[in-house]
Design a protein around this ligand. Structure first.
Ligand SMILES: *Cc1c(COP(=O)(O)O)cnc(C)c1O
Length: 346
């Protein structure tokens, strides 16, 4: 791996971060706060939140088996993705490599930051090889984006290939694990001590049922986390979000129960899709959604919209011609979908 200084944009490496009032006072027990120009009335919303989310990171670290200094928290994983570009990729000069198809935000953030986005097509099992990604990379490649389980294809990527890439690539490897709770494979977050170029993304938005609070996590070496923390907005995770995150962490057993139920529903739903006349192929899934190839994705999509049921049309995505992406819902929602499909005449 190149040194972190070689990988970081020079302006970011040199940057002296904004120091907020709540940053400067640390640890000391105090009860009178006259440092941040806050209004003394309207408790508890009058106070700025903890800019580094210490308590939340401590609680999360226990659940995820990582150290608090290996955690970055942001306004959704999308903030972490954007900050990775801003920290490591010089606009108009550096590039990133990603599998294709995958989550659309990597390319959007690349385009916003004027960073070349190089796509490497997955094979027909929706898998990649480290060789193919490395062949697309050059000395200006700072980041490689992987997503496992992948969106929209739904499958786990091969862990042996991910490890091969981590060993051989001299830049940073981002493994987006937004759907890891639905997979039978273990998280790469346990490998942080082995690979200093590894960045794992997870989110409160999927298995944890908290898309509304906008909270995403990045796990990486303390040095990488330090760089992301230095360039984030000082109060990027608001107090309401931090509070709600604590509450859901206390209900961790409930999350496990949701995940089990969703996986069971996924199995049922996929089996029933296999029997439909309009379905050509149901692709295997390690996530809370699955991809299905039908004879006419646009026609079926429009029919379902007419029935008040929204799925995701992925027809125009690489390797996903005539494919719909179906999120697994509650038993009742899934039943509504199957009833509508039973009445569909193509
Ligand atoms: C849904 C999703 C996310 C979550 O993004 P948030 O900003 O945390 O809501 C991240 N990555 C992938 C691949 C996703 O599908």
């Amino acid at each position: 791996m190149k040194t972190l200084q070689e990988l970081t944009r020079p302006n970011i490496w040199k940057l002296k971060p904004y120091s907020s009032a709540r940053d400067e006072y640390k640890g000391v027990t105090a009860s009178v706060f006259l440092d941040a120009n806050e209004n003394p009335y309207n408790l508890p919303f009058n106070r700025y939140p903890d800019p580094m989310q210490h308590d939340l990171k401590a609680a999360l670290g226990r659940i995820k088996h990582v150290k608090p200094e290996q955690i970055f928290l942001g306004n959704g994983s999308d903030e972490a993705i954007d900050l990775l570009f801003r920290a490591f990729c010089e606009p108009g000069c550096d590039n990133v490599v990603a599998i294709d198809p995958t989550y659309g935000m990597y390319q959007v953030c690349a385009d916003v930051n004027d960073v070349e986005y190089r796509k490497v097509l997955l094979d027909h099992q929706f898998q990649f090889t480290a060789d193919a990604l490395l062949a697309a990379a050059d000395e200006r490649t700072k980041l490689i984006f992987l997503c496992s389980p992948n969106n929209p294809t739904g499958n786990d990527l091969l862990h042996a290939q991910i490890e091969s890439l981590l060993t051989r690539f001299d830049g940073l490897v981002v493994v987006d694990e937004a759907y890891i709770d639905f997979s039978s494979l273990s998280s790469f977050a346990t490998m942080l001590d082995r690979y200093s170029n590894l960045i794992v993304l997870q989110t409160f938005s999927k298995a944890w049922g908290c898309a509304a609070i906008r909270l995403g996590m990045a796990f990486a070496s303390p040095d990488i986390i330090g760089i992301l923390s230095k360039i984030k907005y000082p109060y990027n995770v608001n107090q309401l979000t931090q509070q709600q995150a604590f509450e859901i962490l206390e209900r961790y057993d409930e999350i496990e129960h949701w995940v089990d139920t969703i996986k069971m529903e996924r199995t049922n739903l996929m089996k029933r899709f296999e029997g439909l006349a309009c379905v050509l192929r149901v692709f295997p899934s390690d996530a809370n959604f699955f991809l299905v190839r039908v004879n006419d994705a646009c026609a079926l999509y429009n029919y379902l919209v007419g029935e008040g049921i929204i799925v995701r049309n992925r027809h125009s995505v690489s390797l996903c011609g005539n494919c719909l992406r179906i999120t697994v819902g509650t038993a009742q929602e899934n039943e509504r979908l199957m009833e509508a499909l039973a009445n569909y005449v193509d």
